[in-house]
Every structure is written in structure tokens, then in C-alpha cells.
Design a protein around this ligand. Structure first.
Ligand SMILES: CC(C)(COP(=O)(O)OP(=O)(O)OC[C@H]1O[C@@H](n2cnc3c(N)ncnc32)[C@H](O)[C@@H]1OP(=O)(O)O)[C@@H](O)C(=O)NCCC(=O)NCCS
Length: 218
């Protein structure tokens, strides 16, 4: 299919625009991207980042200053990782995840300097469109549901249902957040929720999280 057929932008009689290759990833000269790492189109890698071999970072991501990505880590499309974030082995980020500055992931539950626990890494899964606030800590073995929202400075010790806001130490549920980021009224007793600014509507799940009904926020 030509570009003209795909977007309908060419006028009759005019030559079709040539297909353009997607923009390559951009890497600041101070960053280190090891052989075997994969960077998606349009991804930006800022100062002093280190991406290890076997890591895969999807298209359209931004990795801020001093981010570290461990070997074989998977990061989806459209993620934003702010300064000073380390993504360790066992941590997986789906698409459009936001990780605030200096947020901390972990991968060993009971570390001791003199005991090798490299075969006991506990996984952490951050589902699509989740947000992790600045300086939050995610204790390993947990899953943040789709669109879950972790407040700045929170310490997450258990799974967070979709679109639930958690805060404090240990983090406790404190509300619902729309996929657009706005607070949703009705927490915790309502059976459904709606976002006035973006029009999204949600059904409450048995675990207290929200499933999107319609339409999806941009
Ligand atoms: C959690 C958060 C979303 C709440 O925002 P908000 O709805 O505007 O909340 P408010 O400022 O109205 O505060 C509501 C209450 O929650 C408390 N609160 C706010 N943020 C909190 C936090 N991070 N941890 C614990 N309590 C918090 C407030 O003190 C207030 O308590 P009160 O009712 O007893 O006075 C926001 O404070 C936050 O942490 N955002 C993440 C910011 C961030 O890390 N950005 C990273 C990119 S720069």
C-alpha cells in the first residue's frame, strides 16, 4: 500500500509521498547501550543511561538521566522513565507506564550481602498505563494493575488493582484515578465511576479496581 492510499492525503494527479522509515532511536553520547539491546523507533535515551544486553525497550519511550535497565528487561511502548530509575532483572513494564524520578524497584525479598540469591529474584509486573510517583518504592513480587496510580513516596507491598490510587507506607488504597489522571468520584462504595473531563466510564471490579467501559482516554 502506498502512503497516498494509506492516509488519503495526496490529491488526484499528484505523486504519492514516499513511504518514510520510522525515526530511529536517539541516544545521547554519554549513554551506554550494550550490544544486543533493542531500542524502539523514536525512543530517546538521555545522559548517562545504561541499557544492558538483551533488554528490549519499545517505541516512543523516554529514559531520563541516569536510568539503568538490567539485562533482558522488557519495557513496552510509550513509557516514560524519569531521572535516576533502575529497572532490575525481574521487573517488567507494559506500554505507557510512567515512572517518576528516583522511584525504586527491588528484586530480592530478603537480601543479605553474603548470600547469593540470584536464582530467587521475585518478579514485578507494571501493567499498561500505570503511574508510579516520585520516590515511591515497589517491593518485589507485586503487580500494579492497568492504570494503577502510586502516590509520591509510597511503599507498595501488595498488588494494586486497576486504576486504584495507593499512598503512604505501607501503601493503602485511597481512591480511583482515571486513565487521563483525574480523580474519580464515588470511592469506595460506588458501583461505577465516570470522568467528567475526558468522558471515560468504568465498572467497579470485585477487587475494588476499575474496568474501562468506554471510551478509552487518549
Ligand atoms: C497522590 C496525589 C496524586 C494526590 O493528589 P491530589 O488528589 O491533588 O491530592 P491533594 O493534594 O488534594 O491531597 C489529598 C490528601 O492526600 C494527601 N496526600 C497527597 N499526596 C500524598 C502522598 N504522595 N502521600 C501521602 N499522602 C498524600 C494530602 O496530604 C491530603 O491529605 P489531607 O486530606 O489529610 O489533607 C499526588 O499528591 C501525588 O503524589 N502525585 C504524584 C506526583 C509525582 O510523583 N509526580 C512525578 C512526576 S514529577
Amino acid at each position: 500500500m502506498t502512503a497516498a492510499e494509506s492516509d488519503g492525503s495526496a490529491h488526484p494527479g499528484q505523486p504519492a509521498e514516499p513511504e518514510r522509515a520510522p525515526p530511529a532511536a536517539w541516544v545521547h553520547p554519554s549513554a551506554v547501550v550494550d550490544d544486543g539491546a533493542v531500542l524502539g523507533a523514536g525512543t530517546k535515551i538521555w545522559h548517562f543511561v545504561h541499557v544492558c544486553s538483551g533488554a528490549s525497550i519499545g517505541p516512543g519511550c523516554v529514559l531520563g538521566q541516569n536510568v539503568f535497565v538490567a539485562p533482558n528487561v522488557q519495557i513496552g511502548a510509550g513509557c516514560k522513565l524519569q531521572n535516576n530509575v533502575s529497572i532490575y532483572v525481574g521487573v517488567t513494564l507494559e506500554d505507557e507506564v510512567f515512572v517518576g524520578p528516583s522511584a525504586v524497584f527491588t528484586n530480592v525479598m530478603n537480601p543479605r550481602a553474603h548470600v547469593n540469591r540470584r536464582d530467587q529474584f521475585a518478579g514485578t509486573l507494571i501493567r499498561r498505563r500505570a503511574t508510579i510517583g516520585a520516590n515511591a518504592t515497589i517491593v518485589c513480587g507485586t503487580t500494579l494493575g492497568e492504570g494503577a496510580f502510586v502516590a509520591a513516596g509510597a511503599v507498595v507491598t501488595k498488588d494494586v488493582p486497576p486504576r486504584v490510587l495507593v499512598q503512604g507506607c505501607p501503601a493503602e488504597p485511597a481512591g480511583w484515578r482515571c486513565d487521563c489522571g483525574e480523580a474519580l468520584a464515588g470511592w469506595p462504595a460506588a458501583a461505577e465511576a465516570a470522568c467528567a473531563p475526558c468522558g471515560s466510564t468504568y465498572a467497579v471490579r470485585p477487587d475494588g479496581g476499575l474496568d474501562l467501559k468506554a471510551p478509552e482516554a487518549d
